[in-house]
Design a protein around this ligand. Structure first.
Ligand SMILES: *Cc1c(COP(=O)(O)O)cnc(C)c1O
Length: 333
């Protein structure tokens, strides 16, 4: 894959995906000691960046195809549902029972069919593959696909157009479609830029897989960053090698650090975002990322948070989530 794939993606998705704003966070700039910028993918019509990859992949599907299917921790399903509706195609989204209800409802509201299967992404994926075999639907993979990666990579183009002086990009990392796309674009334009993948420490599939040199299966556990859950796929074709070759570092954050970063983003920047979105902030707040005097950006990847959990967090209440029990604490700058 090259920069040309990402430039082509931009032409295909423009007008449907939003060219999102890159805004300074005065509070995080004080914490980081340098300009700290937020790329607000929360302003996409589905509330998350996944629309970019989905639109780029759907643009490639014949108008008379019987439809598309995918498995999803939530936002990919929303993106596929939205893009399929825009193309007038049937969409069936397969999800594990761990996906929050708010995300299931959001996908149904976009006119897609939802199938809840098992308690892991792998089980949901099996159902999606069955639909490909039995009903001729076309699978839209959540991250390990050249068109999806190129779509997410358009974020890298926009970042460096808006701030050519960026020194580092902190990217929430799960399957690696977002990080691979951004790294491909950003390093093609500016080879010296650092791209750092950030994940919760519970289930950091890509970081472990890169270290092992092969896909590592991680146990799926509850996390405030539910959109970062799931493995990278047993037969990963693209994102593992792209991340291995292009990412400069991997940083892991705790659930408690994510809790604090969600509070900070809300109280300091007035933004509602899901746990996966704030791992870049969490890493800097915890002193886990080295910064220079040059500007740093992170992607606020999505806002599709369970509002009960979100209001508990910003109210400083404790959160019980699966086997996790987080102590409440009021926000203090
Ligand atoms: C999918 C997703 C990610 C991670 O993207 P990958 O391409 O799987 O690494 C991060 N944040 C949000 C909100 C997501 O939906």
């Amino acid at each position: 894959m090259t920069l040309a794939d990402i430039l082509a993606a931009r032409r295909r998705i423009s007008g449907l995906a939003v060219r999102t704003p890159l805004v300074p966070s005065p509070h995080m700039s004080r914490v980081a000691g340098t300009d700290f910028l937020l790329k607000l993918e929360t302003t996409q019509p589905i509330g998350a960046f996944k629309l970019r990859g989905a639109l780029n992949a759907l643009a490639n599907i014949a108008a008379d195809a019987p439809g598309v299917t995918c498995c999803s921790t939530g936002n990919h399903g929303r993106g596929v549902a939205y893009a399929a509706r825009a193309r007038g195609l049937r969409a069936v989204v397969c999800m594990s029972a761990l996906v929050p209800q708010a995300k299931v409802d959001g996908i149904r509201a976009l006119g897609a069919e939802v199938r809840i299967v098992g308690r892991s992404q792998d089980k949901a994926h099996e159902e999606s593959l069955r639909l490909v075999r039995d009903e001729g639907l076309v699978e839209i993979p959540p991250f390990d696909d050249p068109l999806v990666i190129a779509g997410q990579g358009t974020i890298g183009l926009e970042l460096l157009e808006d701030r050519p002086d960026l020194e580092a990009i902190l990217v929430p990392l799960s399957g690696g479609g977002l990080a691979a796309g951004i790294a491909l674009a950003a390093k093609a334009i500016k080879p010296a830029i650092r791209v750092i993948g950030i994940t919760m420490d519970r289930g950091a599939a890509m970081a472990q897989s890169v270290r092992a040199g092969a896909p590592v299966e991680v146990e799926e556990v509850a996390s405030l960053a539910d959109s970062l859950g799931g493995g990278i796929g047993r037969d990963n074709k693209l994102t593992l090698s792209i991340c291995r070759d292009l990412l400069d570092d991997y940083v892991l954050v705790t659930e408690d650090e994510i809790y604090g970063a969600m509070q900070a983003l809300y109280f300091e920047d007035g933004l509602v975002a899901e746990g996966a979105s704030v791992v870049g902030l969490a890493a800097v707040m915890a002193g886990k990322v080295s910064t220079t005097r040059a500007p740093v950006a992170t992607i606020i990847t999505g806002r599709n948070v369970d509002m009960k959990i979100f209001t508990d967090i910003v109210s400083g209440r404790g959160v019980k989530l699966g086997d996790i029990e987080l102590k409440g604490r009021a926000y203090a700058a």
